[in-house]
Design a protein around this ligand. Structure first.
Ligand code: GLP
Length: 261
């Protein structure tokens, strides 16, 4: 795992977008794993800018999102499907037939989960998986005690996650209680993982996930098992990390990052 500390949230999001852009330029048919949440909004803004101003081409790529709320249609303004349409899919030259999110309206979550895994496998697996991190350490919607080898399935959201989503849904009763999410095992199978976290409120969970023990209590800690995982954090989210000086030294001296710094 490599940990890259950027001065602020904007710089962290911009570097994340540059990694995605480089992945696409190196392989126009890349399979991208996409994430939602507030942190990712600036990444999509930057990717749209790169498309408009620098011709970043999405026409050959395939995408798979991590998760979707159960019960919301793709058109629902609060769905992750709509989030992706509004922030990325409708604004770049992506082929929407090759964009995938779990179907939150399915009557058979088990079958949909298996079909989602099958679609990822048929696409050849995910080249680059973008990840945010929840305050309880979830990646996707893998809430605490998700099996470290779990696959796409239904998960009950924690009261903390439900509360956090009130700002999107307006009131507590409207927040869905369940979601379909790629499993921790599904995420670990992607060829590269890229986690982005910013803001001081993420500092405690970032330190637990990156420097604490690997535990199902903190799903993001499973990323320590991934052979190619990059974590981009701003100074605020990095503020509780113990190894900061070493991480900075590695980043400054890593040739792979030379043209992205
Ligand atoms: C939701 C998503 C996660 C995301 C998290 C962080 O819970 N299911 O995939 O990582 O939000 O969101 P934010 O960036 O808003 O803190």
């Amino acid at each position: 795992m490599e940990i890259i500390i950027q001065p602020d949230a904007a710089a962290a999001a911009s570097l994340t977008a540059r990694v995605v852009a480089k992945t696409l330029r190196d392989n126009p048919h890349a399979v991208l794993g996409l994430a939602t949440g507030q942190t990712m909004e600036s990444v999509y803004i930057e990717l749209v800018r790169l498309h408009r101003e620098e011709g970043l081409d999405f026409s050959g790529c395939t995408t798979f999102n991590l998760d979707e709320f159960i019960g919301l249609t793709p058109a629902d303004p609060r769905s992750y499907h709509r989030y992706m349409t509004d922030r990325l899919f409708a604004l770049v030259n992506i082929d929407t037939a090759r964009t995938h999110l779990p179907d939150g309206t399915t009557g058979d979550v088990r079958a949909e989960s298996q079909a989602y895994e099958d679609r990822i496998a048929a696409a050849g697996g995910i080249d680059l998986q973008l990840l945010g991190i929840g305050r309880d350490g979830h990646i996707g919607f893998n809430e605490p005690m998700s099996a470290l080898r779990s696959r796409t399935r239904e998960k009950a959201l924690t009261p903390e996650t439900i509360l956090h989503n009130v700002s999107v849904f307006g009131d507590l009763d409207s927040v869905p209680r369940r979601a379909i999410t790629m499993g921790v095992g599904t995420i670990l199978e992607s060829r590269r993982c890229l986690l982005l976290a910013s803001g001081v409120e993420k500092a405690p969970i970032v330190a637990k996930a990156l420097e604490g023990p690997i535990t199902a209590m903190v799903s993001a800690s499973a990323l320590q098992l991934h052979p190619r995982c990059s974590v981009i954090v701003d100074e605020a989210a990095a503020s509780k990390l113990q190894g900061k000086a070493y991480y900075r030294w590695v980043f400054e001296n890593e040739p792979e990052w030379a043209d992205l710094r």
